[in-house]
Ligand binder design. Structure first.
Ligand code: ADP
Ligand code: MG
Length: 693
């Protein structure tokens, strides 16, 4: 049977069920997956060393004649040891292999070999430990070799994966370039087949660099072209142009008990300007927890209503939606703006609970100006009269389809007239550094609030060493006696014996039964039903629960002004930006607040990251540090991985990002996607899930 790129991996020679399932764990199901599985580093054996100069602990290649080869049993009769002796005229070196009986059959005494690998032993007895051996005759005259090292999984060896990749070389030939050749040349890229060949079998460092650059480009180009083409599509749509009601908005702002920060004003103005255009806005408002994004959204929504249209705000939880409703109602009711709240359990309008039917009808007939809600807003049956502005809070908590559904609600109302797209505003508290925004949010315009409102008390942060744990518990006891409440965040839901990382379930048991038996402790994690989650949160809000143990999945995006301690277990496992968001859950009231970072076995690097948290209160600076040190993968935390896991691209490589951006816009300008079916297919298959229609 002939193999193709899409053949199942199990059709390759020598792949049994067990191996296939291990490969599947690495995401390798087809031959193509295998070919696109890249080494994460290389051992460079390209330098051949005189045997006399070889010392223990080196990674080198020696070239010499095999003088001796013998199998032995080790002392315990268990292990088969194969020993060889290699000589090159400058000296002799021993070679040792463990449990590789085939070695003695594959090598011949008297022949010349290139032996590459790590050396061990001491000054008097240096030896190669299980090196790679290649006949010097067959080797390509380039000296030793550069050996690719692939990411592995349990039960899979480098040898196996290299063998498989070697065996699929013939199929690599059927990979085709899918970009216009002019672009490949212009941006100085290897073409795809060449890059794939070189990433697996480089002859030297330069080839590695070139191959990596092309394949990294690839990872950056795809999101760019997807997003830029979305942006183009959207720009071709019509939206209602909204007037700026300057006097009314000024009056509203003047009536606030505080002044807007400069960044709030700037963002509000950027949004207002967008709303005035007859093209749908697609903007992301990015600002730290507590920076006052809601108020900026409120201004835009109020202005929309002054234009005689409706505005909606969708939030990820019922509690959050209720809190927003409260604050919109309190701020806008006095200007005659009618605000409604729609969630699974509430249909509130004009300060009263009404039936769902009444609610839907008021929403559809336009009796309601501002509609706040949860996912309930995108259910079937919800219809608007003229929704001109849709806002999504905590945008990363919603999927593409959910955001698209909200947008679609506005379009569906068209009723025979030309459909107008709504203006769309997303809010996020995840600080997105500029390079990342350029790479990943090409379809969005960005407004950033960096400055916090005046008079916020900084939170006192401490990275706590394992032996000081009890002190922290004592401190918590005192805080709770003083009336405060505490969050505890753990990285995992279930106990895991392998990782030694704390799980919410264990931690909850321990805190509830042993450490704080006299206090009400609550448990919150992503596998609870949403009613259960809401009930626990409500108990915490009412101060019935004193300590809330939670996973990160439930980023409790809610104001609990009375909470003063945020305690984070396994802190080294979170990104700094994520830690910063947890920390932002406290310090929302008038009480001095604290954040404790625990790590049971911190490495130096993770300790220094956590120490950095002690001194830095700027979410963007924290995000930038992680981005530089650990790349994009670490950025969003586990639940969102998949989205930004680059295999090769470095998000800090501004030049390559720019090249990918430019190439994508050039492609969209000059070429027709229909002529590039492979690229089209890749775009469609992409699991690049951010920000869609
Ligand atoms: P977030 O950006 O996290 O959504 P919010 O909009 O919920 O922040 O604002 C947090 C709190 O700060 C709210 O109680 C809000 O009324 C208040 N706030 C907003 N802007 C200002 C300001 N300029 N000065 C003082 N307090 C403000
Ligand atoms: Mg908010």
């Amino acid at each position: 049977m002939s193999l193709s790129l899409n053949s199942k991996i199990s059709e390759l020679n020598k792949i049994g069920k067990a191996l296939a399932s291990r490969l599947r764990r690495l995401g390798i199901e087809t031959v193509k997956d295998l070919i696109f599985y890249y080494p994460f580093r290389y051992d460079d054996f390209s330098r051949v060393e005189d045997i006399a100069k070889i010392e223990p602990g080196m990674t080198v290649t020696a070239r010499g004649r095999l003088e001796m080869l013998a199998n032995k049993r080790s002392k315990f009769k268990r292990k088969l040891v194969t020993e060889g002796l290699l000589t090159d005229g400058t000296g002799r070196i021993k070679i040792v292999w463990f449990n590789q009986p085939w070695i003695s059959k594959s090598l011949r005494i008297g022949q010349e070999y290139l032996v590459s690998g790590k050396t061990a032993g001491d000054m008097f007895n240096v030896y190669f430990n299980s090196p790679n051996c290649e006949s010097a005759l067959k080797a390509s005259g380039s000296g030793g070799a550069i050996i690719p090292i692939y990411p592995l999984t349990e039960g899979l060896t480098q040898k196996q994966i290299r063998f498989l990749i070697k065996n699929s070389v013939s199929l690599m030939g059927s990979i085709r370039e899918y970009l216009p050749i002019e672009l490949v040349r212009k941006y100085d890229l290897l073409d795809l087949p060449e890059a794939i060949g070189k990433i697996h079998f480089p002859k030297n460092q330069q080839e590695i660099n070139e191959a990596r650059r092309r394949l990294a480009f690839e990872e950056l180009f795809l999101p760019q072209i997807i997003q830029q083409s979305r942006k183009k599509q959207l720009a071709g749509k019509k939206a209602g142009a909204l007037e700026f009601f300057e006097d009314k908005i000024k009056e509203f702002v003047n009536d606030l008990p505080f002044d807007l920060t400069l960044d709030q004003k700037k963002s509000a103005w950027e949004i207002i300007k967008d709303l005035r255009r007859p093209r749908p806005m697609n903007r992301l408002l990015d600002g730290d927890v507590g920076s006052g994004k809601t108020l900026v959204a409120m201004l835009a929504m109020y202005n929309t209503v002054l234009n005689g249209a409706q505005a909606a705000l969708m939030a990820p939880t019922e509690i959050l939606a209720s809190q927003h409703f409260r604050s919109f109602y309190d701020n806008l009711n006095r200007y005659g703006i009618k605000v409604g709240l729609l969630t699974r359990s509430y249909h509130l309008f004009e300060g009263e609970e009404i039936s769902k039917k009444q609610f839907l009808s008021a929403c559809q007939k336009g009796g309601m100006d501002i509609i706040i809600g949860t996912h309930a807003l995108i259910q079937e049956g919800v219809k608007f009269k003229n929704l001109a502005l849709a806002v999504v809070d905590e945008q990363h908590r919603f999927g593409v389809e959910q955001r698209a559904a909200l947008r679609q609600k506005a379009i569906d109302e068209a009723d025979g007239q030309e459909a107008l797209s709504p203006h769309f505003l997303s809010l996020t508290a995840t600080p997105i550094p500029r390079s990342l925004a350029l790479a990943m949010y090409a379809d969005l315009d960005l407004s950033i609030i960096k400055e916090m409102p005046k008079g916020r008390q900084p939170i006192i942060t401490k990275a706590v060493e394992p032996d000081k744990r009890q002190l922290a518990y004592d401190f918590i006891n005192k805080q709770i006696s003083a009336g405060r409440q505490v969050f505890v965040i753990c990285p995992l839901i279930d106990p895991s014996d392998k990782l030694g990382v704390r799980s919410v379930k264990e931690e909850f048991e321990k805190l509830d039964k042993e450490v704080f038996p006299h206090l009400a402790v609550g448990l919150l994690h992503g596998r609870l039903k949403s009613e259960e989650k809401e009930a626990v949160m409500a108990g915490f809000l009412k101060n019935e629960i004193k300590i809330l143990v939670s996973t990160s999945v439930v980023e409790v995006g809610v104001d609990v002004a009375n909470a003063s301690v945020m305690m984070i277990e396994g802190a080294e496992r979170f990104g700094l930006a994520q830690l910063h968001q947890f920390r932002g859950r406290v310090g929302r009231g008038q009480h001095q607040s604290y954040c404790f970072l625990f790590s049971d076995s911190p490495s130096d690097e993770s300790l220094s990251r956590l120490k950095f948290m002690e001194t830095c209160n700027d979410g963007f600076a924290l995000a930038q540090r992680d981005l530089e040190a650990r790349g994009a993968g670490s950025f969003w935390g586990r639940q969102q991985s998949g989205f930004m896991e680059f295999k090769l691209a470095d998000i800090n490589d501004a030049r390559l990002i720019k090249a990918a951006r430019d190439a994508a816009s050039e492609f969209l300008e000059k070429y027709d996607l229909a002529d590039y079916p492979q690229l089209k297919e890749r775009m469609e298959l992409s699991d690049f899930v951010e920000h869609g229609e």
